[in-house]
Ligand binder design. Structure first.
Ligand code: SF4
Length: 414
């Protein structure tokens, strides 16, 4: 199946009206993920600074949720107070964590403070001491442990994300099948494609046109000769093991017209069968309706609120109509399933920044993961370029003239 943008809903998110705000509370972490964008430079942010950033988001971002990120946010000494402060401000606090520090007691404390849910990052390239050399399928045991723990607190959202490396791409179906088997506990899966700055092939150029040492970035490697995985490829492999999966909405790229930087599909099913995926109209109605009722676009909707309403959209949405027909056929064949609970589960695919021939990177258009930097909003995945080099780098292939050098040589700008 080929992805066509005209069949999908382009999410209406923008810089000033976006469901997600990315709050970085620390750059300290207790793991070492291969694909991490952050390195330890400044440590934990003081609570007062964190609160100021939350208020900044409230004023300039209009978020439905704040993604509390890092580093590893659960190692911040004031994390419970941070969660409570966000909730008091009428925004859903969602913790993005590797969960290594999560215990049932800690979970109860966070829930009492007003936590809305988690995005738990688990994959096989995180350097977890007891999981070295284990496959994605084997890591499902760890995913399941945390899924069960989170499900113990009713109403919490549980999303599981993993970075997709060229070497783990073929293991995606193992994670999708695990999500399917845990439909009652897992609200969504997210696959983020790995990208790196290859310092063997390219040099980094700062805003003044000077060459800088890009190997200082945690996301640089010296030599990378594998093919980066793209979102349409992730889509294809998900389809192979979950034919009922179909994305309904997307975000494109800031440079390329044909990139799918974010793809989101919402599957509908019961514990016995997956019925299909909601279509573009459902997403459009969900976005517009939520904005009309609550003043914000939604990013995370708990199953309890999403599910019963979904089949009502069948007259408008072909995907929901097809899912409803399969549901009715299933119940006709197995009347005992009439009272089966219906679940929704999202699968999101994110294609990280891609270097372009002009030296710039194709970023996610209307980036949902913008964070605060010096009184403005920047893409969180590039924040270390701001921290180390005062702004985003451009790239030049080694041995080729940079754009600045070309301009100088041609005499332009004199
Ligand atoms: S551009 Fe934004 S959404 Fe895309 S990878 Fe970077 S931070 Fe995430």
């Amino acid at each position: 199946m080929t992805l066509e943008k005209r069949d999908l809903y382009r999410l209406p998110w923008s810089k000033n009206d976006n469901p997600i705000a990315w709050l970085e509370v620390t750059d300290i972490c207790n793991l070492r993920c291969e694909g991490c964008y952050r390195q330890r430079l400044t440590g934990h942010k003081p609570l007062e600074q964190v609160k100021e950033e939350v208020l900044f988001f409230k004023r300039w971002r209009n978020p439905d949720n704040v993604s509390i990120a890092g580093g590893e946010p659960l190692v911040h000494p004031d994390i419970v107070e941070i969660v409570a402060f966000i909730a008091e401000n009428g925004i859903k606090p969602v913790v993005l964590t590797n969960a290594a520090k999560l215990t049932p007691e800690f979970l109860r404390e966070l829930t009492r403070a007003g936590l809305a849910g988690f995005t738990v990052h688990i994959d096989s390239h995180q350097g977890r001491p007891e999981w070295q050399g284990k496959s994605e399928a084997e890591h499902n045991e760890l995913r399941e442990y945390y899924a069960r723990m989170i499900a113990g607190q009713r109403g919490l959202i549980a999303i599981f994300n993993s970075t997709v490396y060229p070497s783990t791409y073929h293991e995606i179906p193992d994670v999708v099948r695990w999500g399917r088997a845990n439909l009652d506990k897992v609200d969504g899966l997210v696959f983020i494609t790995y990208r790196t700055f290859d310092t063997e092939a390219r040099v980094g150029i700062d805003a003044s046109g000077e060459e800088v040492d890009a190997s200082r970035l945690s996301y640089s490697t010296h030599g990378f000769d594998e093919e980066f995985v793209t979102s349409p490829e992730v889509y294809q492999i998900v389809k192979e093991c979950a034919p009922e999966y179909e994305p309904s909405c997307y975000l494109g790229g800031t440079i390329r017209v044909d990139s799918f930087k974010w793809l989101i599909g919402v599957m509908v099913g019961s514990k016995h069968e997956m019925y299909g995926s909601a279509g573009a109209k459902t997403m459009e109605l969900a976005m517009a309706g939520h904005h009309l009722l609550y003043g914000t676009y939604p990013a995370y909707v708990p199953q309890l609120r999403a599910t019963p309403l979904l089949f009502l959209l069948a007259p408008w949405d072909r995907g929901v109509r097809q899912a409803m027909k399969r549901r009715l056929a299933d119940v006709a064949r197995h009347p005992g399933r009439l009272f089966d609970r219906i679940h929704v589960q999202t699968i999101g695919i994110i294609q990280a920044p891609d270097a372009q021939p002009n030296g710039q990177a194709d970023m996610c258009d209307s980036c949902p993961d913008m964070t605060v930097w010096n009184g403005t909003l920047i893409n969180s995945c590039r924040m270390d370029e701001y921290r180390l080099f005062s702004g985003m780098l451009s790239m030049a292939e080694k041995g080729k003239e940079t754009a600045a050098e070309q301009t100088e040589a041609s005499g332009e700008g004199r």
